[in-house]
Design a binder for this molecule. Sequence first.
Ligand code: 5GP
Ligand code: MG
Length: 190
Amino acid sequence: MQTQIKKDPPAQKLTVFYNSDEISRRVVSLAQEIGEALRAENIASDKLIIISLLKGGFVFTADLIRALYAEGIHPQVDFMALSSYGMGKKSSGKVEIIGDTRENFKGRHALIVDDILESGHTLAFVKNLLKKRGAKSAKTVVFLEKPGKRETEIEADFVGFMVPDKFVVGYGLDSAHNFRELPFIAVLGD
Ligand code: 5GP
Ligand code: MG
């Protein structure tokens, strides 16, 4: 499906890659996978803290925590704002904390939630940071993954969907601060 969103200027063509039904179904099955893993490791859900990475991760996090509720998982939720891109489309490799969490992580289990895994710098940075701050474990879930783009060793514990090596927007992901509101994942252009 192709669609046009009026942005001033220019109007940009979007090609839908995952529609909202596909997204909802995948979020439910991801929550089931996460629930199973937590139960297998005896991680009590009330000992779990979700760290949602802003800005891109906020839409996915909002859907995921409600799908986790259906799995009987009742985490606390906090946020960190990070930047590795600036206004550009390529990771600078340097992750900057723009807004930090004030939570104490000592002895707690964390689940880091991000929109997309590309170079891996963002996820590796947060995982190491939470471990340094005393987290007992730090699992990671990303809604999207671009294979073959990793510049660090990290792999996510849970992945929603794979996407090709194209710049995607929607469902929280932006292009120069636009398109976060789209209820689907789209590729900019054809
Ligand atoms: P990494 O640190 O793994 O290279 O990149 C992670 C961050 O880069 C994501 O959280 C996201 O903000 C941004 N990013 C990577 N690929 C894309 C993309 O295709 N579209 C958008 N909008 N952001 C991306
Ligand atoms: Mg991000």
